[in-house]
Design a protein around this ligand. Structure first.
Ligand SMILES: Nc1nc2c(ncn2[C@@H]2O[C@H](COP(=O)(O)OP(=O)(O)OP(=O)(O)O)[C@@H](O)[C@H]2O)c(=O)[nH]1
Ligand SMILES: Nc1nc2c(ncn2[C@@H]2O[C@H](COP(=O)(O)OP(=O)(O)OP(=O)(O)O)[C@@H](O)[C@H]2O)c(=O)[nH]1
Ligand SMILES: [Mg+2]
Ligand SMILES: [Mg+2]
Lengths: 291, 278
């Protein structure tokens, strides 16, 4: 474990009285490797190491009997602090219906998360509407329709092939039927696909969502930052749902995206069933990343 | 460009590490590759960065070189099974493979083996229609092993050249689902000698270190013959396949380069290496 490796590195250094730059480098290297193996973005790792360097080998550590564990505690605390956020609940706008738009790369879990979100919100007394705005992927509308049917959720789609028109019509339908919130499921897309990113911008202009949630697969590696920054710059993200955390991925993408975009992680996906949506716990995520 | 010019110093190795790590080659594999490069550079007394590039491309090229011709049985049908974690691109890749074989004039039969997820069968049905191939399916909730028993018989009876089967997405950490996959494999194998002749694991190019754990666990469940590295049309470089080849000796058979039926290509180690080192 990281604690063991640091213990070994630092035990040799204790009783030396004063640490040399090289000694500190050795400890920082262990932390760096652990974070990179957890898929934290390499630039984020650099900045993180620089920010904890002084504290991680300060007096409290070197006077400890278990300096390795002390360092891990400092790293864990700092990760927890970075991952956390005040703003982790969903927007509750004054005007009804609330509008939540789900976006992200292909296969990240948007359609499933849309249904999960609807079930979650219904439990707190809401009457959500699911809008199927993915007209590209074969069977996408059918997938959301089936999920809605099996959970008795209100569902809207159009025999139309324009996602913008579908979203606008869905919003009208919700207002008419007093459904709130409206959850828009969009097609998976690459952040470098100008046409599809522009489509998201158009939906945003027409619908004015209260939340634009990026659905991010927890097993994403170094590319997480590229995608998140691009989505945030082009469309604007108000929050993240981190999916497939029921696996054994360390999930460093969570730290990367939070550090670079500042977006709060609002929920986690922990399975394929519609009830597998949980709040995001920064402290649990921090220990998971550290392995 | 790291290899543009100049001498080989510590800064060179640090920058090279960053290029490899940022491409998801993974920490341990990166350290190993850089160490190997250092040794070669010393042994050959290389001074110029441009020469180091050739050396590294050689090392990677050798490691990634395409395996021998993929298995094709003496008697049809060739049976191909696609497996992989949720959302990695199995169903879409099957559509692409169907198109690929159909273009060669083969008689292709698909198996809608994901009997779990909402509208999974419908998704593959639409693709089958677009590719102009037949599909074997049952309703949602059917036992996939039983479905495959029938599908293999059907493929033989209908004299199909290629049978390509879908499976439900699953995480390698789910023992139940991995047992189910093992059962599907054994049912196919018992029903047709030598089948499945190809077992392809889809790996999303955006995946980090977890892809190695995925490949390892899936490979313990049924023998993988190759990977399909999907979504390489994004900005991710898919470097994790280097680690998978290095640690598990599983080659990349194909790459996915988009969402259309033609967006499949055989793996080209040289093109991949060039893109990785950008
Ligand atoms: N194990 C697990 N599987 C999940 C989770 N969330 C989604 N999935 C699965 O991941 C796969 C992809 O989910 P989708 O909801 O279709 O993903 P998507 O983002 O809508 O995909 P596209 O619309 O094609 O971009 C499906 O097999 C889901 O059941 C999760 O939290 N855990
Ligand atoms: N850009 C891009 N998208 C791809 C590629 N391959 C698949 N996709 C997309 O990724 C998403 C998921 O693909 P699927 O084929 O449904 O993945 P799957 O593994 O069958 O998913 P589950 O059955 O839910 O586990 C879809 O939106 C596909 O269009 C690719 O090579 N490039
Ligand atoms: Mg979807
Ligand atoms: Mg599928």
């Amino acid at each position: 474990s990281l604690a063991d490796k640091l213990q070994n590195t630092l035990r040799r250094l204790r009783g030396k009285g004063k640490l040399s730059e090289q000694d500190v480098d050795a400890a920082m290297r262990e932390i760096r490797l652990a974070l990179l193996e957890a898929d934290v973005n390499f630039k984020v790792v650099k900045e993180f190491i620089a920010s904890i360097r002084a504290r991680a080998v300060g007096e409290e550590v070197m006077s400890s009997l278990t300096p390795g564990q002390q360092v891990v505690k400092i790293v864990n605390d700092e990760l927890t602090r970075l991952l956390g956020s005040e703003n982790k609940s969903l927007a509750q706008p004054a005007k009804s219906p609330a509008k939540f738009m789900l976006v992200g790369l292909q296969g990240s879990g948007k359609t499933t998360s849309a249904a999960k979100l609807a079930v979650h919100l219904r439990r707190s007394g809401k009457k959500p509407l699911l809008v199927a705005a993915d007209i590209y992927r074969p069977g996408a509308v059918d997938q959301l329709k089936k999920l809605s049917a099996s959970e008795n959720l209100d569902f809207f789609s159009l025999e139309q092939s324009d996602p913008v028109a579908i979203c606008k019509a869905g919003l009208k339908f919700a207002a008419h039927e007093s459904l709130d919130p409206v959850i828009f499921d969009t097609a998976g897309r690459l952040h470098i696909d100008d046409e599809l990113m522009s489509e998201l911008g158009t939906i945003k202009d027409q619908v004015k969502p209260d939340e634009i949630l990026m659905i991010l697969d927890a097993m994403t590696g170094q590319d997480a930052v590229n995608a998140a920054v691009s989505f945030n710059d082009q469309v604007g993200i108000s929050g993240i749902i981190l999916t497939k955390l029921d696996g054994d991925t360390r999930g460093g993408a969570a730290l990367s995206v939070r550090a670079v975009t500042g977006c709060p992680i609002k929920f986690t996906g922990t399975g394929e069933k519609v009830d597998a949506l949980e709040p995001f716990y920064p402290d649990r995520m921090a220990s998971r990343i550290l392995g | 460009d790291l290899f543009g010019g100049g001498e080989i110093d510590e800064e060179f190795y640090e920058e090279l590490e960053e290029i490899l790590v940022s491409g998801d080659v993974g920490v341990q594999t990166t350290l190993k590759l850089v160490e190997e490069l250092r040794e070669e550079i010393a042994a050959r007394r290389i001074r110029e960065r441009s020469e180091a590039r050739e050396l590294l491309e050689d090392i990677l090229g050798k490691l990634l070189q395409t395996a021998a011709e993929p298995v094709t049985p003496e008697q049809p049908p060739l049976v191909i099974l696609l497996v992989g974690v949720n959302g990695s691109g199995k169903t879409t890749s099957i559509a692409k493979l169907a198109h690929f074989y159909k273009q060669q004039g083969k008689k292709v039969l698909l198996v809608a083996g994901d009997t779990f997820r909402a509208a999974a069968v419908e998704q593959l049905e639409i693709w089958a229609k677009r590719a102009g191939v037949d599909i074997i399916k049952q309703q949602q909730g059917t036992d996939p092993a039983a479905l495959y028993f029938d599908a293999v018989n059907a493929a033989v009876a209908r004299k199909a050249d290629v049978l390509i089967g879908d499976t439900a997405g699953r995480l390698h950490t789910s023992d139940n689902l991995m047992d189910e996959l093992n059962k599907i494999y054994r049912v196919i194998n018992r029903n047709l000698e030598g089948a499945p002749h190809q077992v392809l694991l889809t790996v999303d190019a955006t995946t980090g270190h977890n892809a190695v754990a995925q490949a390892e666990k899936f490979n313990q469940t049924l023998p993988l013959t190759g990977l399909i590295l999907t979504k390489l049309d994004g900005t991710a470089r898919g470097g994790i396949v280097v680690g998978i080849r290095d640690q598990l000796d599983i080659p990349v058979s194909y790459i996915g380069t988009g969402e259309k039926i033609e967006d499949l290509a055989p793996f080209d180690p040289r093109a991949f290496t060039a893109a990785l080192l950008q």
